[in-house]
Ligand binder design. Structure first.
Ligand code: PMT
Length: 410
């Protein structure tokens, strides 16, 4: 069975803010979590709202802020049980001494403490309080109790405090909390699965010295191979000519032309669980390759090209087909073209990227993807290709898990 990876990338994060001066830092935490690809919903206690306006969190998270346990409107939209179920992780930051005490004693007299009781997801607590309150034996006992119940405590740090004292009790900085969450061991979401990935350009020879190619560097496909390996998959990379180091532990099949890439992929695809077509395969190749170098003669010259075979579409036609993920490289009408390829080629998912722009796409360290599947889509904002690849791999695992569950309940 697949497990969801990590706790931020493509995840639902419930951020619970209790009433301390450090509440202002949590606004930055929302921004950082979203930057890492999380969807964030914020819950505030009444006293937290005296420090920071819910509007700040609403604007930063892009979602309404929840504060009342029995709010008719919010109960209608998403009751506290639904909110607890929605969360992949609950982060309480800042967690005041009072909130920590309530959670460790199983009290449920407001939305935050009720959510703590109702959720089954991993819980992270970032304490923030006066240093004397932190050192008080009862607070330390409460912290130990939460740890015994599986809660991860992040911080606090030492330093100057808002109350004028110095010592332990400052909430960890948002980037430190984010870093800790990112470094949580990601579950191996593709463990035991076999992934076939195509990467790089193809070269279509005109004669012994010239060829038609494109600007693909292979970086996106290689990043996907590394991300799939990290997620526990066995990976085969069918690669066009690139100047990149082969990922450790992947099987590499080096090819040059679209026909060679077609042969390599089609001969393997049925044995794999996932196929990702990240290669920029030539759509056309010369009808004939001249055996000798073409001589410069006329002022104008015409090449006759023929369509190459569509590897991606053929993989999706196989009787025993892998979960098939295509890419779409577009200079205009990105969504329309991507949706068209998704349907026409009968894909499970397509990752569309803009090409020919200043940022992202071909031969860039960074990229952004708009990912589509039947009845759904997700935007993965501009980031480095390694991070982006991890997000896409995580999304693929999620969609496969979703389809598996649908099949089982059908
Ligand atoms: O390699 P980089 O420099 O890192 O750049 C990354 C990238 C821009 C090449 C990559 O992100 C990307 O978009 N790859 C797909 C490029 C492409 O050929 O897109 P397309 O829209 O023309 O093709 C659609 C899909 O059909 C692709 O999955 C492609 O692999 C596949 N295809 C196309 C033609 C063909 N004959 N066989 C195919 O399988």
């Amino acid at each position: 069975m697949l497990k969801f990876p990590g706790i931020i990338i493509n995840k639902h994060i419930l951020l619970a803010v209790s009433g301390g001066i450090a509440a202002y830092k949590s606004a930055e935490l929302v921004r950082l979590l979203r930057k890492q690809g999380a969807e964030v919903r914020v819950v505030m206690t009444r006293s937290a709202m005296q420090f920071v306006s819910p509007l700040t969190f609403q604007a930063l998270s892009g979602n309404p802020v929840h504060s009342e346990l029995l709010d008719e409107n919010q109960e209608y939209a998403m009751g506290h049980i639904n909110l607890a179920r929605w969360a992949d992780a609950l982060i309480i930051a800042p967690a005041t001494a009072n909130t920590i005490a309530k959670c460790s004693h199983g009290l449920a007299d407001d939305l935050l403490s009720t959510l703590y009781l109702a959720t089954t997801c991993p819980v992270y607590v970032a304490p923030a309080m006066n240093q004397a309150m932190w050192h008080k034996a009862i607070t330390q006992e409460n912290i130990q109790k939460l740890k015994r119940h599986g809660v991860t405590i992040i911080g606090p740090e030492t330093g100057d405090q808002a109350c004028g004292e110095t010592g332990f009790g400052r909430m960890s900085e948002p980037d430190e909390i984010c870093r800790r969450l990112m470094s949580e061991p990601a579950a191996q979401c593709l463990k035991g699965l076999k992934v076939l990935i195509s990467a790089g350009p193809t070269r279509e020879p005109l004669d012994p010295v010239r060829y038609i190619t494109n600007r693909s560097s292979g970086k996106m496909g290689y990043a996907l191979a590394n991300a799939a390996l990290k997620a526990g998959a066995k990976v085969t990379l069918v690669s066009g000519p690139v100047a990149l180091a082969a990922p450790d532990n992947a099987d590499i099949i080096s090819v040059e032309t679209a026909a060679q890439m077609h042969a390599a992929v089609i001969s393997k695809a049925a044995e794999y669980d996932i196929y990702i077509g990240a290669a920029a395969v030539a759509d056309y190749s010369p009808v004939q390759m001249e055996q000798e170098k073409i001589k410069k003669q006329a002022e104008q010259s015409t090449l006759t090209l023929q369509k190459t075979r569509d590897i991606l579409a053929e993989v999706a036609q196989l009787t025993k087909r892998p979960f098939t993920v295509g890419f779409a490289a577009e200079t205009h009408d990105l969504e329309q073209h991507a949706q068209d390829k998704l349907t026409r080629k009968n894909l499970d998912m397509i990752a569309a990227n803009w090409v020919g722009r200043d940022q992202g796409g071909f031969d860039s360290e960074q990229n952004a993807l708009q990912v589509f599947w039947k009845n759904g889509q997700k935007s993965l904002p501009m980031t480095d290709k390694n991070h982006l690849a991890e997000q896409l791999i995580s999304l693929i695992a999620e969609r496969m898990e979703h389809e598996r569950c649908n099949k089982n309940t059908a």
